[in-house]
Design a protein around this ligand. Structure first.
Ligand code: GLC
Length: 545
């Protein structure tokens, strides 16, 4: 293969996401930690993944579970030490796994030294590290709202000004207009690169170039100028994988982020498909019926638009999203079949796939009976807000069961022992009671498990160049049950065909491809043209010359 292909190792990679608080506890304090991650590296190697993105482990008061950083250059004692981190990087490297750090550059914690200084006086050298506006107590600069509820402005009497925060009050926004802020950030990133990290995931990166006076939060006018500078000053000095989180990305914008010239990032997380289940113009809690046609059109458009002009990331789950098998699959009778089907449909597309911890086991959403069992700041704020607005408790709980971020944050289910093998202490958030049935111990050596299916998919990607380069074509665009597509290059083509529902459906493509090699199938035996509930198959055939 050409040099450029070799350089872009991440096009061929599969990334695994760890939410460290909930992955593996090693010291019995009920919170996952770095030594816990080290102890599970062999599991990750067995799965075959190439890189691990770990949600933030920097020093943090944990108002937003680490997305509120108080020191970018140290590890929170809850997770371990810098020495543990160095060991993790080294141990992962021995197994051919790179470590991707999560960079939160839009805001810090209000306990960060910069903010502590900034709020002392308007003359303080750090004051201008944040975004301030004049006003009077109770008279906000404008009516902008924060993502986690309440106004986006917070009054600081010492300076008689408001600071801007797009997320929680404890997460003041950094002022990217200030070149000193940018320099501090670049130096910090270079410091981590020197420690050997393999890449970065950039938290809400499309929000850094805000212009609050114009109510612009994401995609501000200077965004791509800042990103190109960031990339030039840091990432381009190494061979990294970089992925920006951009809720506001369209394919056009994503082409800038993931420009093959490497001027910004390797790729971008876009969320258009994630928003399809919410009522238009409302909040994520307001559920709309699912439409497979909409989902297919959306994903197909991204496949088409970024073909050879950018690069997609492929994901169903992350630490902010509900479990996919509970959202688009069936977490009851057909849990295993639907988890495998969803995996195949996703991994067969063009882009770099991400597996969120437990997804490879078919882990499901959780139903806690009382709000006191929830831990996520977004969830608890929204609950209080809606209850005070007069919503019925059952309705609010119903939204949480579908969408709360805690669905993804219950502890990793390692085995059927106490606390699912996650901790010997009291877990910081309760374990999903279905761990006795759904756990890694039961799946790793079972060739028919969801885990083994993921493992095969991960390995297939290494063997079949079509996964990386093949051109995507959607079939049966208007069908509300079938998700089918082909990928094709000069030498070969493959078909992914899936029943997205619990009702059998007739799919002629399966007949047409019978002469191909069946590489994966989520039921025993050969498929027929009548696909069973959640049945999915992958065929490959060489082109005749
Ligand atoms: C991103 C993170 C999320 C966090 C938010 C604020 O969306 O994924 O967990 O709460 O940014 O940092």
């Amino acid at each position: 293969m050409s040099d450029s292909r070799e350089q872009k190792w991440w096009k061929n990679a599969v990334v695994y996401q760890i939410y460290p608080k909930s992955f593996q506890d090693s010291n019995g304090d009920g919170v996952g930690d770095i030594r816990g991650i080290i102890s599970r590296l062999d599991y990750l190697k067995d799965l075959g993944i190439d890189a691990v993105w770990i949600s933030p482990m920097y020093c943090s008061p944990q108002n937003d579970n680490g997305y509120d950083i108080s020191d970018y250059q140290d590890i929170d004692p809850m997770f371990g030490t810098l020495a543990d981190m160095d060991e993790l990087i080294a141990e992962a490297k021995k197994r051919g796994i790179r470590i991707i750090m999560d960079l939160v550059l839009n805001h810090t914690s209000d306990e960060h030294r910069w903010f502590q200084e900034a709020k002392k006086s308007r003359e303080n050298p750090y004051h201008d590290y944040y975004v301030w506006r004049d006003g009077e107590p109770g008279v906000y600069p404008n009516e902008m709202k924060a993502t986690f509820g309440g106004p986006a402005w917070e009054w600081v009497p010492e300076v008689e000004q408001y600071y801007f925060h797009q997320f929680a009050v404890e997460q003041p926004d950094l002022n990217w207009e200030n070149p000193k802020v940018r320099r501090e950030i670049y130096d910090m990133i270079l410091w981590w690169m020197d420690r050997g990290v393999g890449g970065f995931r950039l938290d809400v990166i499309d929000q850094i170039a805000k212009e609050p006076d114009k109510k612009i939060t994401n995609n501000g006018p200077r965004l791509h100028e800042f990103l190109r500078e960031l990339s030039r000053e840091t990432f381009q000095k190494g061979d990294l994988i970089t992925v920006g989180e951009a809720w506001g990305a369209t394919p056009e914008i994503a082409k800038l982020y993931s420009n093959p010239d490497g001027s910004e990032f390797s790729m971008v997380f876009q969320f258009e498909h994630v928003g399809l289940d919410q009522e238009e113009g409302k909040e994520k809690w307001d559920l709309a019926p699912l439409s497979l046609v909409k989902l297919k059109r959306c994903l197909a458009r991204w496949q088409r638009e970024l073909y050879q002009t950018g690069w997609n990331s492929l994901f169903w789950d992350n630490h902010d999203l509900p479990r996919i098998v509970s959202r688009w699959g069936d977490d009851g009778e057909y849990r295993v079949e639907s988890a495998k089907m969803l995996a195949l449909v996703l991994h067969g597309m063009q882009g770099t796939p991400y597996i969120y911890q437990g997804e490879e086991l078919g882990m499901t959403n959780v139903k806690f009976h009382d709000i006191s069992e929830y831990r996520d700041i977004e969830t608890t704020n929204m609950y209080d807000e809606r209850i005070s607005e007069g919503y019925a408790k059952e309705d609010v709980m119903h939204s949480l069961y579908a969408k709360s971020r805690d669905n993804a944050r219950t502890p990793m289910q390692w085995n059927d022992g106490r606390n699912a093998g996650f901790t010997t202490g009291t877990p910081w958030i309760a374990v999903n009671p279905n761990y006795t049935k759904i756990n890694a111990g039961a799946q790793v050596n079972d060739p028919d498990s969801v885990y083994s299916f993921y493992k095969k998919l991960v390995h297939l990607r290494k063997e079949q160049p079509l996964f990386v380069d093949g051109k995507f074509r959607l079939l049966y665009e208007d069908d509300e049950q079938i998700f089918a597509y082909t990928r094709e290059d000069e030498e070969a083509e493959m078909l992914v065909c899936a029943n997205f529902t619990g009702t059998p459906v007739f799919c002629p493509a399966v007949e047409e491809w019978k002469d191909g090699d069946m590489l994966l199938h989520n039921y025993p035996g050969e498929p027929s043209a009548e696909l069973k509930p959640y049945e999915a198959v992958l065929y490959l055939r060489k082109k005749r010359n």
